[in-house]
Design a protein around this ligand. Sequence first.
Ligand code: NAD
Ligand code: IPM
Ligand code: MN
Length: 376
Amino acid sequence: PKSFRVVVLPGDGIGPEVVAEAVRVLEVVSEKSSNFKLSLESHLFGGSAIDASGEPLPASTLKACQEADAILMGSIGGPKWGVNAKVRPEQGLLALRKTLGLYANIRPASLASESLLDYSPLRPEIALGVDMIVVRELIGGVYFGARKEQNVEPDVNVAWDTMIYSVEEVQRITRVAAQIALAANPPLVIHSIDKANVLASSRLWRKVVTETLTKEYPQLKFDHHLVDSAAMVIVSNPRKLNGVILTENLFGDILSDQSSVIPGSLGLLPSASLAGAPSVPSPNFKPTSGLYEPIHGSAPDIAGQGIANPIGTILSAAMLLRYSLGLEEPARAIELAVQRVLDNPEAGGYGLRTADLGGKVKTKGIGDKIVEVLHS
Ligand code: NAD
Ligand code: IPM
Ligand code: MN
């Protein structure tokens, strides 16, 4: 059997709790298959790494990530390492993404089970049928532009951040969005989101997106939305944005958390961060290493209670199998098991819910049931 090396970064807060369930799920699919074996190794990352070594991304962790076939992460950060600390867990995550060149962040937001419609804060007829994939540029823009807190004695009194994009950076993320759109049948519509009525970087974004799609992908439909109006549409008429939402780093961060509430909870949604377009499993599969993580954070308000929803992380593990290891079958099996556990009994499922979805089932209870379904 083929053997794959997966680095696991549990991180902080609820990170270790949700990762533990995803690891169990990966171990089950690995044990069940005679075609592949996974070797999983955990490394320190984020706040826990700061506590142990003084830095959020120790050299040994980075090296392991660089040598791995794929990386599964929980979440990092928390009040212990607050926004005013000099060394912060979030710096480690940004450094990891940047060093590995993971410019394409793929965040699908769709209903994992129709029985979740009742949990959406939107009315069911508005949330029904929402199916969007956020494609967020991940290593450019205001996250990585020049930043300064200027000391004019005795205090900082001016600070700035620079939102900067190059033609090449916009082109490559546009191509990823296009390839994702083309992989669907019929191809998905691309909605590019910017603030071109104010920002220079957005005017460049809009121009390059238009040129790249028109020249290289004439078969694809696309449109442009201003980010303020798009934020309104996501909650008023989200199906209007079905398809691929292509946007820059900061807008994508905000809009992906916002769209996560449509299926009911931030705790449900997975993500993949890749150094290129995802290659779907096929005889020509080209593996690409990637970082897989739920889109939520370390949830300090519920950490340590064993009540976090592990599904976003478990679905991230499924994306890892599909995109980095080319293993469609176990990926699909995990997604179906998740759906079964969420589906109501009338739909042939178990209707299990963690607290974020109004239920009482604990993190481990969800993991137990998914493992049981995978074994059955
Ligand atoms: P958060 O995403 O951690 O939490 C927002 C809200 O959603 C909280 O009420 C939390 O309880 C809830 N929530 C999140 N995940 C959940 C889950 N799986 N199950 C049930 N409820 C869940 O955002 P925050 O509180 O603003 O940030 C906390 C820390 O996490 C910060 O330090 C932030 O920088 C960090 N963060 C890290 C990542 C990451 O590691 N990729 C992502 C986002 C935020
Ligand atoms: C995310 C997080 C990160 C981001 C933080 C923790 C740096 O919010 O993955 O969405 O802003 O990208
Ligand atoms: Mn975020």
